[in-house]
Design a protein around this ligand. Structure first.
Ligand code: HEM
Length: 159
């Protein structure tokens, strides 16, 4: 919701054409605001060599690894202008639902919830705005799922 409130151009496109715009917006929300982006825990079953040259490291068998998918989702090598909210990214190969055998079994449901929730909210309340400067918002720091402590909003009349 906040990503749309601070990116009014994307919000206005969603309001004007919900069916046409919502899929790109949902993928970009997932990329930049994945809940649980603290990382996926894995253990190396064998020595694993990662990277090349001076960046090469070996993860010894038995070591725990925290794979920070939110960092991968902002990798400039994979996403141009990675910090920008750009619903037109195609492809948008974010890792918010994980990768491989444990890929999120609820991904389709989560995408549907976001499509319905964001689409309905901004269709019904196209004048929704933040009531405070985004810099004044504070994050949950005690929960793995992240999120904001609160998001004060106001609703401008339809123009
Ligand atoms: C935006 C919402 C969601 C996000 C970002 C998300 C993210 C993830 C991620 C990253 C994994 C991989 C964990 C790993 O590899 O260790 C995962 C697995 C899983 N997710 Fe989700 N998830 C979401 C919603 C849901 C929903 C709605 C359901 C069920 C209704 C669900 C059920 C599961 C299950 C059962 C697994 C384990 C799959 C396995 O280990 O084979 N998730 N999810």
């Amino acid at each position: 919701m906040l990503l749309l409130l601070v990116n009014p151009e994307a919000r206005d496109r969603l309001v004007a054409d919900p069916d046409g715009e919502v899929d790109g917006i949902v993928e970009e929300v997932l990329r930049l605001a994945e809940p649980g982006g603290m990382g996926l825990l894995r253990y190396a079953h064998a020595d694993v060599v990662v990277g090349e040259g001076d960046d090469q490291v070996t993860i010894p068998a038995g070591d725990a690894v925290v794979i920070v998918t939110s960092a991968a989702n902002r990798d400039e090598g994979a996403f141009g202008d990675a910090d920008a909210f750009d619903p037109d990214r195609a492809p948008n190969p974010h890792l918010s639902f994980g990768h491989g055998p444990h890929f999120c079994i609820g991904a389709s449901l989560a995408r549907t919830e976001l499509r319905v929730g964001l689409g309905t909210l901004f269709r019904r309340l196209p004048g929704l705005r933040t009531a405070v400067e985004p810099s004044a918002l504070t994050l949950h720091t005690e929960r793995l799922t992240g999120g904001l402590d609160e998001l004060p909003v106001r609703c401008a009349p339809r123009t």
